[in-house]
Unconditional design. Structure first.
Length: 195
């Protein structure tokens, strides 16, 4: 049985990129499957198939045709079928289910996944943690991505961390940058603790 991890966040927050980095590392020790969601294309799935060294059949793109959070929370049937297909064909240890880009209210049905990561990015603004969307408040791990951009978008990372800590209470969070691989390792370590 796979551990199923949902990955949600706004458009451009870095969901696909983080899944790519995690898969590149985790595939050395685990089998990984991926389900992506896009409204009208399979762009994220196609990107991952071109750039990851896993069987392309272990990546399934779902075209939701509408609201991204509906496909991961309300009517999960297309995603559930993709998950079941991957589990029966590949028996992955870890199965990522990437939401289409959404707003701060995106949450997953726990009938679809076991845990979920919510990703925001610094370029969206330092006030995002104070806006308290359901995704940010209730996810199992909050990831604040693109910290290297903070000086270019006038975001005070210390204030952002204070706001995240205040809103998350005792729930885990991490600040990451693609330019600092040690920060991505923090997400990987969190996943391995779930195994």
């Amino acid at each position: 049985m796979s551990i199923k991890i949902g990955v949600a966040g706004p458009v451009g927050s870095g969901k696909t990129s983080i899944i790519e980095q995690l898969t590149n590392s985790l595939q050395k020790r685990y089998t990984v499957g991926i389900v992506t969601n896009d409204i009208y294309t399979k762009e994220d799935a196609d990107y991952l198939k071109r750039n990851l060294e896993i069987q392309s059949d272990a990546i399934i793109g779902v075209e939701t045709g509408g609201c991204p959070h509906t496909a991961i929370r309300d009517d999960i049937s297309a995603n559930q079928k993709a998950v079941e297909d991957l589990e029966s064909s590949f028996h992955p240890d870890i199965l990522f289910v990437e939401s289409g880009g959404d707003n701060l209210s995106a949450t997953f049905s726990y009938e679809l996944i076991d845990y979920y990561i919510y990703i925001i990015d610094v370029a969206q603004g330092g006030d995002i943690p104070r806006k308290k969307g359901a995704g940010l408040l209730f996810c199992d791990l909050l990831v604040v991505n693109k910290t290297d951009l903070a000086p270019y978008v006038n975001v005070d990372l210390e204030q952002m961390q204070t706001d995240v800590k205040s809103n998350r209470k005792n729930k885990p969070y991490t600040f990451v940058s693609k330019k600092d691989q040690s920060t991505i390792k923090e997400i990987e370590a969190w996943i391995e603790c779930l195994m």
